[in-house]
Design a protein around this ligand. Structure first.
Ligand code: GDP
Ligand code: IMO
Ligand code: MG
Length: 431
């Protein structure tokens, strides 16, 4: 009996999870997404080309690896259709190595309008949602009125769809949201819906829907190697993130159990991915944020613009209390650092090593994170000031960079076992 290894982000998303999953996919028989939906944007780069995945697991370019969209994921059929077409154009064959859980919930077109209506109603207290319908879809799931992709195989689907849509239209009217003139991805609700219903039909023909909890447990019993791929980041978790500036799913390791249907005893290694600095898209607290030229330099060097929405990402120093909070919640066994190359031309770096709140110094993320002023306490760290992006062996890394890694290891009490030195598959050092 094997266990499910987990790979997830330890910050506010976009840590480089997609790139690392793609690199590790050769070692696994199955890659499974367990939560989130098209709010995710996971970038893979190889053979000089870039590919962004939203709902499909990042092992999809490995023909021998099965990719599973688990029951905890939510799916927009139009976005999935586009993802499938882009993959097919690149020579992948998703009909042969992609499976979808029948229990995965559907994001219907009006969920997306509700997302926009709720955001509009919040004025300057906006969450900064990706507007993919994530919050409203998980809300309906919990309210027990949602639709699952497996429901599309039953003759009652049309009626169920219509009744959910009608309830959404009444809500949109209550929010004074004019759904007749508003658009989704540049087209009307009517057009989006037409494409969406067609997409459902074509996906049903091409992709196998499975009882994924049965499938995955059987695979583990047969000693197959499974990697669960997280979306978003631990600090966006619905329970433990800076509520209400969070996403609407649990993004931490615990969600692997409910999002795939495995027992906690079947969780194996937990790989925690973090950037050598921090970024955040959307609103919400960010103690080590740099709203200055240094932040801009990180954004420019790191091309910090959202993979899903294109929005500029907010940038700041690495935040150790936040990192340790995520490590505690996730039970991380191995750390993976990405994007250190972005700081190659920095003389001096800072690390946020504690916070001051109401004049008191603390080393953990407090409940008051979203309501009180948090002053980051910074510790100076020497830069390495050389190009690490072409280095292939750990031993060749500059001494000052190794010191930076040792420093983080000493503050987290964990080994950094993979070092990513650039966006390409090949720019990876496995220790
Ligand atoms: P994900 O959501 O965690 O999969 O991350 P994203 O794909 O949204 O954002 C990470 C971005 O950084 C992508 O553009 C990647 O191609 C890129 N990237 C990943 N690892 C590295 C790295 O080590 N160095 C640099 N410079 N870019 C990286
Ligand atoms: P990946 O998987 C970064 C952020 C949004 C917003 C908040 C809520 O690529 O790391 P939502 O649309 O989920 O209701 O938005 O969460 N967010 C992400 N930020 N990376 C992501 O995914 C994100 N998914 C959601 O910007 O602040
Ligand atoms: Mg991303």
């Amino acid at each position: 009996m094997t266990k499910v290894d987990v790979l997830l982000g330890l910050q506010w998303g976009d840590e480089g999870k997609g790139k690392i999953v793609d690199v590790l996919s050769g070692n696994y028989d199955i890659i499974a997404r367990f939560q989130g939906g098209p709010n995710a944007g996971h970038t893979l780069e190889f053979d000089g080309k870039k590919h962004v995945l939203h709902q499909i697991p990042s092992g999809i370019f490995h023909p021998k690896t099965i990719n599973l969209i688990g029951n905890g994921v939510i799916i927009d059929a139009n976005i999935l259709r586009k993802e499938l077409d882009a993959l097919i154009a690149r020579g992948a064959k998703p009909s042969e190595n992609l499976l979808i859980s029948k229990k995965a919930h559907l994001i219907i077109p009006t969920h997306r309008m509700l997302d926009a209506a709720y955001e509009n109603s919040k004025g300057d207290k906006k969450i900064g949602s990706t507007l993919k319908g994530i919050g409203p879809t998980y809300t309906d799931k919990i309210a027990r009125v949602g639709l699952r992709i497996g429901d599309t195989m039953d003759s009652s689907f049309e009626d169920k769809y219509q009744s959910l849509k009608d309830s959404h239209l009444r809500l949109l009217e209550a929010y004074n949201f004019d759904y007749r003139t508003a658009s989704i991805d540049g087209i009307s609700l009517e057009e989006y819906e037409k494409l969406w219903l067609t997409a459902i039909e074509s996906i049903k023909k091409e992709i196998t829907f499975v009882d994924s909890e049965q499938f995955i447990n059987k695979q583990l019993a047969e000693n197959k190697r499974v990697l669960a791929e997280g979306a978003q980041g631990s600090l966006l978790d619905i329970d433990f993130g800076s509520y209400p500036f969070v996403t609407s799913s649990n993004t931490t390791t615990a969600a692997v159990c409910t999002g795939l249907g495995i027992s906690p005893a079947k969780v194996g290694k937990v790989f925690g991915v973090f950037k050598a600095y921090c970024t955040r898209v959307g609103s919400g607290p960010f103690p080590s944020e740099l709203e200055n030229a240094v932040g801009q330099k990180l954004r420019d060097n790191g091309h910090e613009y959202g993979s899903t929405t294109g929005r500029p990402r907010r940038c700041g120093w690495i935040d150790i209390p936040a990192l340790n909070y995520a490590i505690m919640l996730d039970g991380v066994s191995d750390l993976i650092i990405t994007k250190a190359d972005v700081m190659d031309n920095f003389d001096e770096l800072m690390a946020c090593t504690s916070y001051k709140i109401d004049g008191v110094e603390i080393d953990y993320m407090p409940f008051e994170i979203a309501t009180k002023e948090i002053i980051p306490q910074l510790t100076r760290v020497k830069g390495w000031h050389s190009d690490i992006s072409n280095i292939k062996n750990y031993a060749e890394l500059p001494k000052d960079f190794i010191n930076y890694l040792n420093y983080i290891e000493s503050l987290t009490n964990l080994p950094i076992s993979i070092i990513s030195t650039g966006p390409d598959r090949k720019q990876t050092i496995i220790r």
